[in-house]
Write a protein that binds this ligand. Structure first.
Ligand SMILES: CC1=C(CCC(=O)O)c2cc3nc(cc4[nH]c(cc5[nH]c(cc1n2)c(C)c5CCC(=O)O)c(CCC(=O)O)c4C)C(CCC(=O)O)=C3C
Ligand SMILES: [Fe+2]
Length: 354
């Protein structure tokens, strides 16, 4: 080690995401990957496949992640961290995290920070990313037997839903959406939306950790939006979208489509929908919100504007760079929610079973 060296420094970043198909023939195999062992009915898969076919069989998610990585590299360079290469890996589609880890290892890296694109705790948002890391590390032991004696350390970075920059970027996205309403000075309803999950899955981790975080983040954004004529932070709703699974299984509610109908019946004329649960305009945003929900709003006679996701705001990629910077020399807080090593789960215990 050189006199200025630091053995606990990280030398690479793995940007870990959900993944999506880029060709029609890949749609069903991708959906089978996503839903393996999860009891999602075949009919639901065929229905969701149609959403992907509508976009030529390609999800925008990989391209959006690549754009975020380019911006992240800039943010790292601005912090003097241009020596940290950023790799891109996914859970459900190519480039698979297992393959990327082999590449990272062959490139000589042993200490790797992992940024997962989900902001949230809970099984789908956090635990499952730890599982992806654990799977990739186990796979590496098979494919690079030398890694048993010369091991890797993959440290998952913390959940970022409570970070000021995330909430500020989300707040500005809502402000821009309001400005796009037909009557920006008139009354409107603000509706936050995130991916629904089964209520049992929500309860199983921290007794509703995920739903509480989404509620708190929505409240924090609403508080930032001081609006004339309304008590700040009170005139919004927070709902759920994109449920799957058999109908007899309970998922977080209300569903956003049902909620839009209720709003229309109660005389609301303008609605801003803020997809706070997602970082980029991937398929669950461009299909579920920009197509299905927009059509429903038209049928209901509602003026409807969907707020941007934060992934397009440079403050968001700068936040990711800042989080990487916090941990890059090995000193970040390991007990921050979401943080943990080699897929063992959050060290704080937040996303373990309760
Ligand atoms: C909490 C949460 C997030 C946010 C956190 C995060 O960002 O990670 C999220 C993100 C995403 N979900 C996505 C896509 C899908 N999710 C599915 C299914 C499911 N999601 C769930 C939860 C979540 N999902 C759950 C409980 C299921 C049921 C099956 C299971 O328990 O796993 C299915 C299967 C078909 C269906 O059932 O709809 C698809 C295709 C895409 C990519 C879109 C694209 O391709 O552009 C993204 C970013
Ligand atoms: Fe999902």
């Amino acid at each position: 080690m050189s006199p200025l060296g630091n053995d606990s420094r990280f030398t690479a970043v793995l940007f870990l995401s959900f993944g999506g198909p880029e060709r029609t023939v890949d749609v069903l195999p991708f959906l089978e990957n996503v839903t393996r062992g999860r009891g999602v009915p075949r009919g639901r898969l065929d229905e969701v496949a149609e959403h992907y076919y509508h976009f030529g069989g390609a999800s925008p998610i990989n391209g959006l992640n690549r754009d975020m990585i380019v911006a992240l590299r800039t943010g790292l360079a601005e912090r003097g961290r241009d020596d940290l290469p950023v790799y891109f890996g996914n859970r459900n589609w190519d480039p698979y995290v297992e393959d990327v880890l082999v590449q990272i290892y062959r490139d000589g890296h042993r200490r790797i920070l992992v940024f997962a694109t989900s902001a949230w705790g809970g099984y789908s948002g956090c635990t499952q990313y730890h599982e992806d890391i654990a799977r990739a590390v186990a796979d590496l032991a098979q494919r690079e037997p030398g890694s048993v004696d010369d091991p890797v350390l993959l440290r998952k970075l913390p959940q970022y839903w409570a970070e000021e920059a995330f909430l500020d970027a989300e707040t500005d996205a809502v402000r821009r959406a309001v400005a796009d309403l037909p009557d920006p000075d008139g009354e409107f309803r603000l509706v936050f939306t995130a991916h629904s999950i089964p209520t049992r899955a929500d309860q199983a981790i921290g007794g509703g950790l995920y739903s509480r975080q989404v509620a708190q983040a929505s409240a924090a954004v609403a508080r930032r939006l001081t609006r004339a004529g309304a008590e700040a932070g009170t005139d919004y709703d927070q709902v759920w979208q994109s449920r799957s699974g058999p109908p007899e299984v309970a998922w977080l509610e209300p569903d956003i489509a049902d909620h839009l109908r209720v709003l229309a019946e109660s005389g609301v004329e303008q609605v801003v929908v803020a997809p706070i649960g997602f970082v980029s305009d991937h398929l669950e945003v461009v299909w579920d919100l920009d197509n299905e929900l927009a059509d429903l709003a038209t049928d209901l006679g509602l003026a409807y504007v969907r707020a941007d996701t934060v992934g397009t705001d440079p403050r968001f990629t700068d936040l990711v760079a800042a989080i990487v910077d916090r941990y890059a020399d090995g000193y970040g807080d390991l007990d921050a929610p979401g943080c943990g090593d080699n897929g063992a789960g959050c060290r704080s215990g937040c996303c373990g079973p309760s």
